[in-house]
Design a protein around this ligand. Structure first.
Ligand SMILES: Nc1ncnc2c1ncn2[C@@H]1O[C@H](COP(=O)(O)OP(=O)(O)OP(=O)(O)O)[C@@H](O)[C@H]1O
Ligand SMILES: [Mg+2]
Length: 367
């Protein structure tokens, strides 16, 4: 893992990318820093600009505006082939007519590295991705996970200054994904190579990366550690994009003396009530995460009252679906769940529940 105060290795400043045509820019203004030895995940929905950013870093696309530097050197001045950046794309794109060994050796040939030096490096790369003994195989005689590891070895063999991974796991089945995920993270721990990985899978990003940059619509919305992004999401979008299950957003209404959600009673804590009052009657969105909800015997501070609709057994515990007017929330419990139609009080087990402005999605601070 990268030192918290390791120097910046890759610096991206106000990068904008317009592919031309009438459309919006793919990247509007992106600034990011990646520390030496750090593993950064670029996380965001399809079309938000992740691959575009990766391609600009690699030199496969040119930024319309903005600057980048790698290890203190401006990238603009360095041609693509001299950037010493290893890339692994979603489709492994191995040369099908070449053995594993030849596939990995290719990048060395291109750089004029031959003989014993090349042999040693290929062996080292095979060893790093745990493919020893398979060097003579053809790609079509390998499993998907093995092919992906050859692609990784091919990127590593050039001893890059930076490793770029674009959805490297998305072609693998669910079981393989998890194991290659651990392999990549382990490899990163061992060699400490500065890595930027693109993914739209929040679980992948949160579990693998030292820091995550959440992107949407050509912007980076938040760039921080997985813990901070989960505990302190900067906006409603981030809150509903991370976590399994992610947060759901419910509008809090003022009802005479008190508050309600979907027409049912909601009792805020003092600080939450103060934060809501600061909005001057404008509704606010309360962000709730299932893992912070539990059943309570009676209504009290930070409880919501609803009606039980259904429950599902998920092995050792239940997930109970409770209706709050037209809204639904899922509450986990290890006790036998309440029955259909029963009134249930749900406690929010969080000191400062998430609150958002419904117009801008911005986080509303507690006083
Ligand atoms: N070569 C191109 N020419 C024109 N527009 C492009 C080009 N490549 C990408 N775009 C557009 O730029 C935007 C960002 O695309 P990009 O491939 O970076 O998204 P992404 O975040 O990688 O999405 P995904 O998760 O689907 O791979 C999209 O609207 C896309 O249509
Ligand atoms: Mg992409």
């Amino acid at each position: 893992m990268a030192e918290k105060h390791a120097p910046d290795h890759l610096v991206i400043q106000k990068v904008m990318k317009h592919y031309g045509g009438g459309g919006e820019p793919a990247l509007k203004s992106v600034s990011l820093n990646v520390r030496k030895g750090e593993f950064l995940a670029l996380l965001g929905p399809s079309g938000c600009g992740k691959t575009t950013l990766l391609k600009i870093i690699a030199g496969l696309e040119k930024a319309t505006e903005g600057e980048m530097a790698l290890a203190g050197e401006g990238l603009d001045a360095i041609p693509t082939y001299r950037r010493d950046i290893g890339i692994v794309f979603q489709s492994y794109a191995l040369f099908p007519h070449m053995t594993v060994d030849a596939n990995i050796r290719f990048g060395l040939d291109m750089r004029g590295i031959k003989g014993k030096e090349a042999d040693d490096r290929v062996e080292e790369a095979l060893d790093l991705v745990k493919l020893d003994g398979l060097s003579g195989r053809m790609p079509n005689a390998l499993s998907g996970g093995q092919q992906q590891r050859v692609a990784l070895a091919r990127a590593l063999v050039i001893r890059p200054k930076l490793l770029l991974l674009d959805e490297p796991l998305s072609n693998l089945d669910a079981v393989l994904r998890k194991s290659v995920r651990v392999d990549i993270r382990e490899l990163h721990e061992r060699i400490g190579l500065t890595t930027v990985m693109v993914t739209h899978d929040q679980e992948e990003a949160m579990s693998m990366a030292d820091r995550v940059a959440v992107m949407a619509n050509g912007y980076v919305l938040q760039h921080d550690t997985p813990e901070t992004i989960y505990e302190h999401p900067a906006s409603a979008f981030v809150a509903t994009f991370v976590g399994s299950p992610p947060a759901i957003l419910l509008p809090v209404e003022k009802t005479g003396e008190g508050y309600g959600i979907g027409g049912t009673a909601f009792t805020p804590s003092r600080s939450l009530a103060a934060a809501i009052a600061m909005q001057n009657g404008k509704p606010v969105l309360l962000g709730l995460r299932s893992d912070r909800l539990s059943f309570a015997d009676e209504a009290g501070p930070l409880t919501i009252t609803g009606e039980v609709h259904s429950s599902e057994y998920i092995g050792g515990s239940w997930l109970v679906h409770v209706a709050l007017g037209e809204h639904r929330i899922a509450v986990p419990t290890r006790e036998r769940p309440p029955q259909f139609g029963e009134v249930a009080h749900i406690r929010i087990d969080e000191a400062e529940p998430l609150l958002f402005d419904p117009d801008t999605g911005a986080r509303v601070a507690h006083s």
